[in-house]
Design a protein around this ligand. Structure first.
Ligand code: CA2
Length: 149
């Protein structure tokens, strides 16, 4: 069975508690639930890890090698800074999709660069909760899964 790892970076555990104008009112658990349902509709399983620690995320990417078929990652602010996560993702042989709730390109200049985008197959940003579902659809498409079993 196709296995997808969903990774969430720093502060995403705070979703639903602050900044609703930017990130909406849904919690991270809500987004994971939607992504899990979307994956199931393609006959795939999805497991999730959130961490506020760069090293924990890097080790999760290493552990996914040879185990998971795809990584969907919202790296939070590490998106803009972490060459270490960039390098870890570059060693993952499966599909990589970057997702964001907001549209960083329309926000502060420091958010305009993603150091992870060059090692992802593609990036989805600005669609709120839909970004996660679109991320799963992108993975299914890239893996050649056209419909649920
Ligand atoms: O739009 C996204 O998904 C981001 O990855 C969210 C990150 C931000 O640093 C990226 O530029 C874009 C921040 C997530 C922090 O979420 C919070 C939620 C509630 C309260 C405070 C932060």
């Amino acid at each position: 069975m196709t296995s997808i790892l969903l990774l969430s970076g720093p502060n995403l555990n705070l979703l639903g508690t602050r900044e609703p104008a930017i990130y909406g009112t849904a919690t991270l658990d809500d987004h994971v639930e939607h992504a899990t349902s979307a994956a199931a509709s393609f006959g795939a399983t999805l497991h999730h890890l959130q961490s506020n620690h760069e090293g924990v995320l890097i080790e999760a990417i290493h552990a996914a090698r040879g185990v998971d078929d795809a990584i969907i990652m919202n790296a939070g602010a590490f998106t803009h800074t972490s060459w270490a996560i960039h390098d870890a993702l570059s060693a993952f042989e499966g599909v990589i999709v970057e997702v964001h709730l907001s549209n960083p390109a329309a926000r502060e200049p420091f958010r305009h660069t993603s150091v992870l985008a060059p090692v992802a197959h593609g990036s989805i940003a600005g669609f709120g909760a839909l970004s996660y579902v679109l991320g799963v659809q992108a993975v299914a498409n890239l893996l050649g899964i056209t419909q649920a079993p």
